[in-house]
Design a binder for this molecule. Structure first.
Ligand code: SF4
Length: 502
């Protein structure tokens, strides 16, 4: 049974702060007992063989007799070590010769000929286990976690395949020559690289490593093979700022367009840093000075390259209490997942939300928009819009992150426990909007392993996660308040859609 933020044996919710009782090594081992490939083993050196996880009924794979659980070792003579190999070798081919092993270990060869380029193979293979990083970064979030968080949070991934497939950042320090060869051969681009500094001594210190493949080697390799890598710098005050940052920017820009974007994100420090090197926090004053100092350089870069190659994460501006930039230049913002342009992206459908807003509700509907301490200014424009609707009240309730510490002020790190407390302190609302990014999509669990269902049961309130932007925010309210919408707006596009679906 969980201790800390979770449910006690008698079903009551316990609210004591989680305790750090074990070493990092013990916690990591406990969190990931079936530890995967050691970082020192290159993927290219692995034995071929992936398990077939699904075969769609009626598909080419099904008709060829493939079964879930069987092992696929070769496609057209090429070894298959993971999903990437499978897609690379099986994806565009019209004729496939598969080497398959059944549960008894008996081999057979299966030939599949696609009758048209659109024919679907209908075979899925098991996702690979992730390689782990060998770093001990001074700012690593995993090192700053309390106990009793979601288990997967304790895993320190460093896998170039995930970087290619999902956009997760790697340091490149675990890349072997054979991995680089594979990246070039299979054109695994773009990738996402954590750089932090190009001064090797400083970089190794930040990464907590005695030895690391020089970053320039990786950059030159990508340039030579005309591959792309988006880069990030975790900015640590008095460490990699100032002249070090200018040098890092100079070097990365010299690799443009191999390096099409550079995101600068602020150091995040939780209250769980026992035994870690002391660091200078990013305060409001620091953020203001940093933005003002860097602005001329950012403008110069944009003028030279015709696009804002180097960008600050929105969090900088929110910490500083300054207006966030608009990224009208991009159809899709390259470092959105890294927090660059999040606010701009959130408001991209504001006009549609505005059109949707009724003038009046038939009876009052009170909404609490629960969010992090940084976000009330972000929501202001939407709240102002909601205030134009008579009968609709939307109040923003900022929540202090007690689990990670007050200096953690982003929505994605809010836990079910902290949200629950805030809801109980503000019990008089009809509906509570929650930031969707603090829930894991597939099982609706918060970082502290509490589920949305548990939080609903605990609070007895109507809780609505908002997963998209401004339009989703408004729709999420109207979907619940719809019974309260005044008859004057019954031909409203939202209501027409709603009634058509009901
Ligand atoms: S690379 Fe650094 S920040 Fe990333 S998981 Fe490893 S130690 Fe943590």
């Amino acid at each position: 049974m969980d201790k800390g933020l979770g449910f006690a044996d008698d079903g009551r919710m316990t609210m004591e702060a989680p305790k750090r009782s074990t070493t990092l090594r013990e916690r990591l081992r406990r969190a990931d007992p079936k530890l995967t490939i050691p970082a020192s083993v290159a993927v290219t050196e692995m034995e071929p063989g992936v398990k077939v996880s699904q075969v769609r009924p009626g598909s080419l794979g099904d008709r060829a007799g493939l079964l879930p659980g069987e092992k696929l070792t070769y496609v057209n003579g090429e070894p298959i070590r993971d999903t990437v190999d499978f897609f690379f070798h099986a994806g565009g081919e019209e004729e496939l010769e598969l080497e398959i092993y059944n549960a008894a270990g008996e081999a057979r060869t299966v030939v599949i000929v696609k009758d048209s380029p659109d024919s679907v193979l209908g075979v899925e293979v098991e996702q690979f286990t992730t390689q782990h990083c060998g770093c001990n970064c001074v700012f690593c979030f995993v090192h700053q976690l309390p106990d009793n968080m979601r288990k997967s949070l304790y895993v320190k991934d460093e896998d170039y395949r995930l970087s290619f497939m999902q956009g997760s950042y790697v340091t490149g320090t675990t890349l072997k020559d054979s991995d680089l060869e594979r990246i070039a051969r299979q054109r695994l681009s773009p990738m996402y690289l954590s750089v932090h500094a190009v001064d090797e001594e400083l970089r190794r210190w930040l990464l907590g490593l005695k030895k690391a493949r020089p970053i320039l080697e990786v950059l030159k390799f990508f340039k030579k093979h005309r591959l792309e890598m988006h880069t990030q710098i975790v900015l640590c005050p008095e460490k990699n700022d100032g002249a070090q940052l200018q040098r890092t920017l100079d070097t990365l820009l010299s690799f443009y367009p191999t390096v099409p974007s550079i995101a600068i994100v602020p150091l995040g420090m939780t209250k769980w840093r026992d035994g870690l090197p002391p660091m200078v926090p990013v305060t409001k004053e620091y953020a203001r000075k940093f933005i003002r100092g860097l602005k001329p350089r950012l403008r110069e870069i944009e003028a030279k390259y015709g696009e804002p190659v180097a960008m600050l994460a929105d969090e900088w501006y929110l910490i500083a209490g300054m207006a966030v930039p608009r990224y009208t230049q991009f159809d899709s913002i390259p470092q959105l997942e890294n927090g660059v342009g999040m606010v701009y992206h959130f408001y991209r459908d504001f006009n549609a939300a505005k059109k949707l807003m009724p003038k009046k509700l038939a009876r009052p509907w009170r909404v609490a928009a629960i969010t992090s301490t940084l976000s009330p200014p972000v929501l202001k424009k939407l709240v102002d819009l909601c205030r134009t609707c008579e009968g609709l009240t939307v109040d923003v309730i900022p929540v202090v992150n007690e689990v990670f510490g007050e200096s953690i002020h982003v929505t994605g790190l809010l836990t079910g426990g902290d949200l629950g407390k805030a809801i109980k302190h503000h019990p008089f609302y009809d509906q509570y909007l929650l930031p969707g990014n603090c829930l894991r999509k597939y099982d609706e669990k918060f970082l502290d392993d509490m589920t949305l269902l548990e939080l609903r049961e605990e609070t007895g309130k109507l809780l609505s996660p908002v997963l998209g932007g401004a339009l989703d925010f408004v729709e999420t309210i109207l979907e619940q308040a719809v019974g309260a919408v005044h008859h004057e707006v019954k031909d409203h596009p939202f209501l027409v859609k709603h009634w058509a679906n009901s």
